[in-house]
Design a binder for this molecule. Structure first.
Ligand code: FE2
Length: 293
């Protein structure tokens, strides 16, 4: 058996080791959906960030440094046996890491809520996660020793993970995976920057649901039309991102326009793209990368 301790990257690494230990071969053999034949070694996953929720999800991500892409393995055989989420283990995390991982969790909740694969149970978890994360992320970033804020974040990321592990994600993750593979940008930061731009693109396909995202984030939407509510959700995301110190664009992180085409092509092929509420093509992806600069 394995015991994994840490945030998303160590947990994903542990899941890869568990699959290779029982199935053999090279990790590249398992890219895609349910490729492995046998269950992983039993894993006890002790999570220390809020977070990727890797300790409860059906997938793991490993970077192929040669191809500069993040390989996504969706695999029922990688589910851990016991997940441990103790917010006291998260008290000492630095503000920058708390912000990035927290925005990743918010992205999971919002994408799981808007994805084509969403259903009643995943919606309930996603909306509650959006609420918990919106209420507590800024406090957890600015006052890292606040156990109540850390507890809400630990719970929020955990149910966001259950939601997206069952419903799926969307094009924010598809595009963020390329920034991770190409520039090694932190996953949460890439998601946080892209999230408002992708959801603005998605508005025509999920206007009412985005209005409900705004409500879950604490915006008073009673007198708003669906479109006003959807735009309010995007504003609320941008406001939270800025409040926790996420950079406002990709340019300041060294992203170059000349890489957009390759990243856009790879993003379309990403396993998360099929779940996006609106159909998307390479030109759309390039335009979204451009708007996020
Ligand atoms: Fe993520």
């Amino acid at each position: 058996m394995l015991i994994t301790l840490g945030g998303g990257s160590p947990q994903d690494c542990g899941k890869a080791i568990g699959i290779l230990a029982t199935n053999g071969g090279n990790i590249k053999d398992y890219e895609g959906i349910h490729v492995s034949k046998k269950s992983s070694l039993p894993i006890i996953a002790i999570n220390t960030t809020a977070g990727t929720a890797s300790e409860v999800t059906i997938n793991y991500v490993i970077t192929d440094v040669k191809r500069q892409v993040k390989m996504v393995m969706v695999d029922k055989n990688c589910l851990v046996s016991i997940a441990v989420n103790d917010p006291e283990l998260m008290l000492g995390k630095p503000a920058v890491l708390t912000a990035a991982t927290g925005m990743d969790a918010l992205t999971h909740a919002i994408e799981a809520y808007l994805t084509k694969g969403a259903f009643d149970w995943s919606d309930a978890l996603a909306l509650e996660a959006i609420k918990l994360i919106s209420q507590s992320l800024e406090q957890a970033v600015k006052h890292g020793d606040d156990l109540e804020a850390r507890s809400k974040m630990a719970w929020g990321q955990f149910i966001a993970g259950q939601s997206f592990s069952n419903a799926g994600l969307g094009f924010v993750h598809s595009m963020a995976h390329q920034l991770g593979g190409m520039y090694d940008l932190p996953h949460g930061v890439a998601n946080a920057i892209l999230l408002p731009h992708v959801e603005r693109f998605n508005i025509p396909s999920c206007t009412y649901k985005l209005k409900r995202v705004a409500r879950a984030m604490g915006v008073g939407v009673l007198d708003m039309s669906d479109l006003e509510g959807a735009n309010a959700a995007i504003k609320a995301i941008e406001k939270l991102s800025a409040a926790v110190g996420i950079p406002s664009g990709l340019k300041e992180l060294g992203v170059k326009e000349e890489d957009f085409e390759k990243m856009a092509e790879n993003a379309i092929l990403d396993v998360c793209t099929g779940g996006n509420p609106r159909e998307v093509n390479v030109d759309d992806a390039i335009a979204i990368y451009q708007s996020a600069m």
